[in-house]
Design a protein around this ligand. Structure first.
Ligand SMILES: Cc1cc2nc3c(=O)[nH]c(=O)nc-3n(C[C@H](O)[C@H](O)[C@H](O)COP(=O)(O)OP(=O)(O)OC[C@H]3O[C@@H](n4cnc5c(N)ncnc54)[C@H](O)[C@@H]3O)c2cc1C
Length: 499
């Protein structure tokens, strides 16, 4: 039996589900093909960082997530003693949300389904092909029948071993694992006093994070075991022995519910797009899970791709838009691989390594250095390349924090609430904007900034993309300001034939 949809997402992990939500919200007929009958009960990731939280806030989802997790005002770089201070960053979400991946996935699946995306569980994608007319996905359903879905686009959000990536023949270049570490989700009878621990000595490194009142995630990097292959099971005894050696106590560890070994393989897809096929999340990039970033960057991929695919489906995407996904997101993951490789290199328990760690930790105590590294880990520093066909402007490509806007009737509005439906916002600051109501997917907002901002002085109009980045901006004093606005709108909303 053949089915027709507009977009098929292979993989119902966090990234696939986020993308499904974005597409369904935009009215794209979307289905997710997920191999597992039920979500796995354990969580790889535990953290949502500031940029991801901003994206959730933009879609009105933040409270739902915050109510299930706990906030901590910092992050870490390579488990160094000096924490990364998120509290002073220019964001409405200056914290890390500790939230097990299981809950993130559950919330995203509920959201995607509520918007009309179909999620087929127990369904495994076997093959993906494409031609000029469309794409074809062959999958085995939960009864074992082989079925076909015809679609305009196929997105591989199917994790590190991505079938879609292999089917599209996209190279996954990088390096194999050279170091492994172990984790256990366990009960601790005598946990560290604050419930949290980050400790590195010549005997190894330990991180402990609370999961629930009695349960903890324990991560151990033992210099005596870094060469243990990933597929060798972790034992309770191993965790206890290593904890005693490094911390002098095993904290009364018992009742492991999940133990796993993970490595530092670092790979990235050479291309994020091949015609009608796209890659996102771990299908596009893998790395050592240092600093808790992989899931976050994957969700940010999904937010970048969703509105672009939706525009293409509706015939509203300029010809260059779909290729901008690779151009914008590939460099972000390159940065991710760089910083996780640097963090792995710093996990060195020799005398010299520990000296280097304490020096870098001291440097992190300088506010500017701390802010710089916090910008990377929080992903608040992501700035996309400015549109080369628009006049340069200091805001172009920038990610916008949430801002309070004063509207002409005397009331106020938050910028992010204007982006809630995933439309573009044309923010007109100095005068009533011309009528652009004929442009589909564009909401015009006449407002001024409630708080003065140096970067925004003299700004006349800003086109804000559905993912909260500035498409282009123009100053009132720019030559032919009105002409720039007209050009900018035609360039970003050129009508094309639907794909
Ligand atoms: C130990 C560890 C700790 C981590 N901690 C953090 C952290 O704190 N913060 C953070 O941001 N990241 C963390 N990460 C990384 C994070 O878990 C991943 O980046 C994230 O799971 C990627 O999501 P995804 O949706 O791209 O892929 P996945 O979560 O791998 O989901 C892919 C889905 O595709 C399905 N699938 C695969 N093949 C097929 C097929 N052929 N047909 C149908 N379905 C298929 C799979 O069943 C799976 O459900 C950690 C990773 C590890 C290993």
């Amino acid at each position: 039996m053949k089915m027709n949809v507009e977009a098929v997402i292979i993989g119902g992990g966090p990234v696939g589900l986020m993308l499904a939500s974005e597409l369904a919200m935009a009215g794209v007929k979307t289905c997710v093909v997920e191999r597992l009958e039920k979500p796995v009960p354990y969580s790889k990731a535990l953290t949502l960082h500031p940029r991801t939280l901003e994206l959730l806030e933009m879609r009105g989802l933040l409270e739902r997530f915050v109510s299930k997790g706990s906030k901590i005002p910092s992050g870490h770089f390579s488990m160094l003693d000096t924490r990364l201070d998120f509290s002073g960053l220019d964001t409405s979400c200056p914290y890390t949300l500790l939230l097990p991946q299981v809950k993130t996935e559950q919330l995203l699946e509920e959201h995607a389904r509520s918007l009309g995306a179909e999620v087929f569980r127990g369904a495994e994608a076997l093959a993906v092909t494409q031609n000029r007319e469309g794409a074809q996905t062959i999958f085995k359903d939960r009864e074992g029948s082989v079925r076909t879905i015809i679609s305009k686009f196929v997105i591989g959000a199917d994790g590190a071993g991505s079938t879609v990536r292999k089917q599209a023949g996209i190279e996954f270049s990088g390096t194999d694992s050279t170091v492994t570490a172990a984790l256990g989700d366990v009960a601790l009878l005598s946990p560290p006093p604050s419930g949290v621990l980050s400790l590195c000595t010549k005997e190894g490194g330990v991180m402990i994070v609370p999961l629930s009142p009695r349960r903890y995630r324990v991560v151990v990097i033992s210099p005596y075991r870094t060469q243990t292959p990933k597929d060798v099971p972790v034992t309770e005894e191993e965790l206890k022995t290593d904890l005693i050696r490094i911390c002098g106590t095993d904290f009364g560890l018992s009742e492991p519910s999940w133990m796993s070994r993970f490595g530092n393989a670092a790979r990235q897809a050479k291309r994020y797009r091949d015609g009608r096929i796209f890659l996102a999340g771990d299908a596009a990039h893998i790395h050592f899970p240092a600093g808790g970033q992989g899931l976050n960057v994957g969700l940010q991929d999904a937010m970048n791709l969703g509105w672009k695919l939706a525009a293409a489906v509706k015939g509203a995407a300029p010809s260059w838009l779909l290729d901008s996904y690779h151009r914008e997101r590939h460099p972000s993951a390159e940065g991710l691989l760089r910083n996780t490789e640097a963090q792995t290199k710093l996990i060195d328990f020799t005398q010299a390594g520990l000296h280097l760690r304490s020096m870098i930790s001291e440097l992190l105590a300088f506010p500017e250095v701390n802010r710089y590294v916090a910008g990377q880990i929080s992903a608040l520093d992501v700035r996309y390349e400015a549109d080369p066909d628009m006049p340069p402007h200091r805001l172009n490509g920038l990610r916008l924090p949430d801002m309070k806007l004063n509207v002409p009737d005397g009331s106020s509005e938050r910028l992010y609430s204007c982006l809630q439906n995933g439309t573009f916002v044309l923010l007109s600051l100095l005068q009533e904007a011309d009528d652009h109501s004929r442009v589909k997917g564009l909401r015009t907002v006449n407002a001024s900034l409630a708080e003065p901002n140096e970067k925004w002085q003299d700004v006349h109009t800003v086109l804000i993309r559905p993912d909260g980045h500035v498409a282009w901006a123009v100053d009132a004093s720019a030559p032919d300001c009105t002409g720039v606005i007209q050009t900018g709108i035609s360039r970003w909303f050129s009508v094309t034939s639907p794909v």
